[in-house]
Design a protein around this ligand. Structure first.
Ligand SMILES: [Zn+2]
Ligand SMILES: [Zn+2]
Length: 283
């Protein structure tokens, strides 16, 4: 079963589905995608996102405020902890650092917010979903200082160097690859993916953003995670079934998601709780 380990379901364009979210989910499952992690970007949209996905056991959620969100609430640790106690919640994020649009500004507020998210994750013993852009050194530095390795997590939509990949993996982090892997100009990233151990890889769409080739420029959807799996199969020179199975198992292990859950399976098994074994640390 395919897994989209990172998307924003409350932002996905429902126009092709006549505004019907259930229809979107049926078609997604039809294409083999059985589990989704819908990632929170701000607290204002969190209740609506929860309500949207409540009936779907195969959809998990995270809570956090994206580093680029400036208009809404900047959460205290206690708030994050409180919101993360929901049974569907499996992670804290997305959080991290993004200096892309703010090269000359003082980004101390972003670093402070990132630290609070890591602290909340450690209290909860839940993994982190980390976004990093143009902020390689500060991201690793804060992860180290705040002991992010205690909970681990995922470097989502990974586009950084092999050096950073190794540093993150040494702190119990997985790397999640998106549709960017399919872009013509992304050979450096394909090289990083080629070197990354299979037991540390997740795949994602980041829908509605970053549609893979040949859908590039169009609104993205969770079902397009199949393109990421195919691309990874090519890079790893492995059958796509292996990629699908391994990224599914990695997802369940990292987020403590029950392997039996599927999008339209409305009966949630009893063991739908966060439980996680630590992954092996690569040398
Ligand atoms: Zn992101
Ligand atoms: Zn995202």
């Amino acid at each position: 079963m395919l897994v989209d380990s990172h998307c924003h379901l409350d932002r996905v364009d429902l126009t092709p589905y006549q505004g019907d979210f259930k229809r979107l989910m049926e078609q997604t499952l039809d294409q083999g995608v059985g589990k989704i992690l819908s990632v929170s970007i701000n607290l204002e949209a969190y209740p609506a996102m929860l309500a949207l996905v409540a009936a779907y056991p195969g959809i998990s959620i995270s809570v956090g405020v994206h580093p680029c969100e400036q208009a809404g609430e900047d959460p205290e640790i206690e708030t994050l902890i409180e919101l993360a106690r929901h049974p569907k919640n499996v992670a804290i994020g997305e959080t991290g650092l993004d200096y892309y649009r703010s090269q000359n500004e003082d980004m101390a507020w972003q670093r402070e917010r990132f630290r609070r998210h890591i602290r909340a994750a450690r209290v909860l013993r839940k993994p982190l979903i980390i976004h990093t852009r143009e902020a390689r050194q500060d991201t690793i530095h804060i992860m180290r200082e705040e002991k992010a390795e205690e909970v681990g997590g995922v470097m989502h939509c990974f586009t950084e160097t092999w050096e950073m990949a190794k540093e993150a993996m040494a702190m119990n982090f997985y790397l999640s690859f998106s549709g960017i892997l399919t872009f013509k100009n992304a050979q450096a990233l394909r090289d990083v993916a080629a070197q990354t151990p299979m037991e540390r890889i997740l795949i994602e769409t980041d829908a509605p953003y970053l549609a893979p080739t040949p859908f590039r420029g169009k609104p993205n959807e969770p079902r397009h995670v199949a393109r990421v799996a195919e691309q990874l199969a090519e890079i790893k020179n492995q059958p796509v079934e292996n990629i699908i199975q391994q990224t599914h198992d990695n997802y369940c292990r990292l987020f403590g998601v029950d392997e039996r859950l599927s999008l339209l399976d409305l009966v949630a098994p009893k063991s739908f709780r966060w439980k996680r074994k630590s992954p092996e640390i690569p040398q």
